[in-house]
Design a protein around this ligand. Structure first.
Ligand SMILES: *Cc1c(COP(=O)(O)O)cnc(C)c1O
Length: 497
């Protein structure tokens, strides 16, 4: 460490990082020494049964040659670089980085569930089908929908499935229509899903305080508009209070209302999108109903629909026969067809089901109330030193900006400095309409102590920005790698030494 590096020994109250044992790690290729091997068994004294020559691979050029202890330490050290919700507060907004109860995890490991082959015939997988059937029923009840498909593998896949149903519905009505309305607060997957279904995206501007007004929708809505895609609460963490009026306007002109349900964590047991006039909505089981996520999966994005979209649901559908057997039904003439092999990511459904049964109705309501309380606690503590992005009332997440920070101190610097103080940064630069957005979603499981430690760190950073901005610019200093050139990393990734 150089003197300038030592200067910073950030003294925040909390934080989980210790200095001095941040393990450095080389690439596995750099550990390689010719002739080293993992296991060196003695020479065989019986004839060896080698696979046929055509199955043997050519030697791989530059393949690392390392000992067992080297390879074990290499990957163990790398694993210590992983930060997860099991390590500490994971305040990413928009993604609900929910703590995954160990009971939910344990249930997925039950052998009959974990090792169930997807091709097991229904008569031998009644338990799994029953679990899925009941999960769908619970989701329908929670969000107010007539029917649910569990097939989609993630939220974005749910959106695509939902918009395919919207298109099938309009086709059935004799005009597929051309456009889909999407407010400027939307997650990027919304316009992508609409465009993939052949629709032109019309972006709607939200009001000064961050909400979408019914007037704006009225002005944009016409008979060529297939649907509106709306997120509620929206990505600013604000409840769209005019949703019912918006749904009425859209329905009046023959359109449908799609709700992005990624933020359902704010509404459980309190309000139901189906009751607000929503026709179709995806859930993100991996956000709202346990399951750790990140790094691209696995996820599960069930879709709920109102009665008029039910005929278009993907197959297979799980049905209960009058004698209480569960069957996979492929016969649905108006269905959009299959959206996935088999019936979706089953183990995510097991976690969600256990999570729901563990909490029960009152427990679920507590989840949302605590999630909203926690976000508002953070808002109250930080608001004196951080500018809130939009003035509306926050629900489960809160969005600040870097407005008012001294010249040259931006959101990225705040995020990097948080790492030095031992915290995972929140979501940054999203939603896109907020310049320098810092989007924080603590979730319901964080204690007051952990919220306070996190807020203390952010308040310390606000002060440092005024007194010693270099600390922000040079962060992170206490990590195995310092600040990366993100453009270079994206454009010219070096994956091999
Ligand atoms: C996460 C998210 C999505 C996409 O969901 P995935 O499961 O990541 O595909 C869509 N909309 C919003 C608002 C989200 O936060």
């Amino acid at each position: 460490m150089t003197a300038s590096e030592v200067k910073n020994t950030g003294s925040v109250a909390g934080g989980i990082a210790v200095r001095g044992l941040a393990l450095r790690e080389k690439l596995i290729f750099e550990h390689s020494r010719a002739g080293r091997c993992g296991i060196c068994p003695p020479e065989a004294d019986v004839p060896q049964a080698l696979p046929p020559a055509e199955l043997l691979r050519e030697e791989i050029d530059g393949f690392p040659e390392v000992s067992e202890v080297e390879v074990t330490r290499h990957f163990t050290r790398l694993s210590s670089w992983n930060y997860g919700v099991d390590s500490g507060i994971y305040p990413l907004g928009s993604c609900t980085m929910k703590y995954n109860p160990k009971a939910a995890e344990a249930a997925t490991r039950i052998e009959g569930l974990a090792n169930l082959h997807p091709q097991t015939p229904p008569k031998l997988s009644q338990g799994a089908l029953k679990l899925m059937y009941h999960l769908a029923e619970l989701l329908g009840e929670i969000a107010g929908f007539k029917a649910i498909t569990l097939s989609p593998a993630a939220g974005a896949h749910g959106e695509l499935t939902g918009m395919m149903m919207v298109r099938a519905y309009h086709e059935h009505m004799g005009n597929v229509r051309r456009k889909v309305l999407i407010p400027d607060t939307a997650h990027g997957t919304n316009p992508a899903s609409a465009a993939l279904c052949g629709y032109e995206v019309v972006q709607l501007a939200t009001e000064e305080d961050g909400h979408l007004s019914a007037e704006t929708v009225k002005a944009a809505m016409d008979e060529q508009t297939a649907a509106i895609m709306i997120t509620n609460p929206n990505t600013l963490g604000l409840f769209e209070g005019e949703i019912a009026a918006i749904a009425e306007i859209v329905h009046e002109r023959g359109g449908l209302v799609y709700c992005d349900g990624a933020n359902l964590n704010a509404l459980l047991g309190i309000a139901r999108p189906g009751d607000m006039g929503v026709d179709v909505m995806h859930f993100n089981l991996h956000k709202t109903f346990a399951t750790p996520h990140g790094g691209g999966g696995p996820g599960s994005g069930p879709v709920g629909v109102s009665a008029r979209l039910e005929p278009f649901l993907p197959v297979p559908r799980i049905r209960r026969t009058p004698d209480n057997r569960y069957v996979l039904d492929d016969k649905a003439p108006e269905s959009i067809g299959r959206v996935r092999a088999f019936y979706g990511n089953f183990s995510i459904m097991v976690r969600a089901y256990v999570y729901l049964r563990l909490l029960g109705a009152q427990g679920l309501k507590n989840v949302s109330e605590m999630a909203v309380l926690n976000a508002n606690y953070i808002r109250a503590r930080l608001e004196p030193n951080y500018v809130i992005a939009r003035r509306g009332r926050s629900l489960h997440e809160v969005v600040f900006s870097d407005e008012g920070f001294p010249d040259g101190c931006h959101t990225l610097d705040i995020a990097k400095r948080l790492i030095d103080l031992g915290f995972h940064p929140p979501t940054v630069y999203f939603p896109l309409i907020v310049k320098g957005a810092l989007m924080i979603e603590p979730t319901e499981t964080e204690s007051k102590e952990s919220l306070d430690e996190f807020c203390d760190a952010l308040l310390q950073i606000a002060e440092e920005a005024r007194k010693d901005p270099e600390l922000l610019h040079e962060a992170p200093q206490h990590t195995p790698v310092r600040r990366l050139d993100e453009v270079q990393a994206a454009r010219k990734p070096v994956l091999k030494a």
